[in-house]
Design a protein around this ligand. Structure first.
Ligand SMILES: CC(C)(COP(=O)(O)OP(=O)(O)OC[C@H]1O[C@@H](n2cnc3c(N)ncnc32)[C@H](O)[C@@H]1OP(=O)(O)O)[C@@H](O)C(=O)NCCC(=O)NCCS
Length: 191
């Protein structure tokens, strides 16, 4: 069983590992190998620990946790973080009030609805802190753009940026009003 909850500081090391692992697989061939190899899970953990504790600007981090019969390591009675999402008020004005800054799931835990549930948690949170619309940036070479379209987002802008010294293009996807994100991520029987 996968559950979604607000992240705690103790989740930061797992979140750092997931960020590094997912970037290395999702951005292989898109971002430079040396840059991906140099990603440090422990440095990322420090970044996320601060993000979990810093609730300014409506910031929040949510985790997807596998437990019970689905726990990756059986017999320990524990649960394991298998994905996360983070965001807050948009980092720059103009496109939407709120922004989903990250959304990453370990490969073995995809296609089970956890991505949609993490997006719902982010959407509900952003609306609760007063955001009337939401957006996210995604690299144009990232095949997960279908996922955001599936959840009702509209591509509204494109721009060139540099990541790890490499020129890449990113696209902005927007849900306006934010209720369109909540409707697309409602539990199956309510959509
Ligand atoms: C993007 C990501 C978070 C999606 O999460 P997920 O848990 O796999 O997706 P869900 O199971 O919630 O699927 C939601 C919808 O997307 C669709 N979908 C999921 N996997 C799909 C696939 N492989 N092909 C086509 N559609 C798919 C499903 O149809 C589902 O819609 P439906 O229930 O109406 O059929 C996850 O794949 C991921 O972490 N990818 C790598 C990291 C990444 O690139 N993140 C984005 C950075 S901006």
């Amino acid at each position: 069983m996968i559950s979604i909850r607000r992240a705690r500081p103790a989740d930061a090391p797992a979140i750092g590992e997931i960020h590094a692992a997912v970037w290395r697989s999702a951005y292989a061939g898109i971002l430079p190998d040396a840059y991906l190899a140099g990603l440090s899970a422990s440095r990322l953990a420090g970044f996320y620990q601060r993000a979990i504790l810093d609730r300014r600007e409506g910031h929040a981090v949510f985790v997807a946790v596998a437990g019970g019969a689905d726990a990756p390591i059986q017999g320990l009675g524990g649960s394991t973080v298998v994905g996360f999402a983070s965001g807050g008020r948009a980092r720059r004005p103009g496109l939407a009030d709120g922004e989903v800054e990250t959304l990453y799931l370990l490969e073995d835990w995809r296609d089970r609805g956890a991505g949609r549930r993490l997006m719902r948690a982010m959407g509900a949170h952003l609306r609760a802190v007063g955001c009337r619309s939401a957006m996210l940036w995604v690299l144009r070479d990232n095949p997960t753009q279908w996922f955001y379209r599936r959840l009702g987002a509209r591509e509204v802008a494109r721009e060139g940026i540099r990541v790890g010294g490499q020129a890449v293009e990113q696209a902005a996807y927007v849900w306006d009003p934010i209720e369109s994100l909540l409707a697309a991520t409602a539990p199956a029987g309510e959509r």
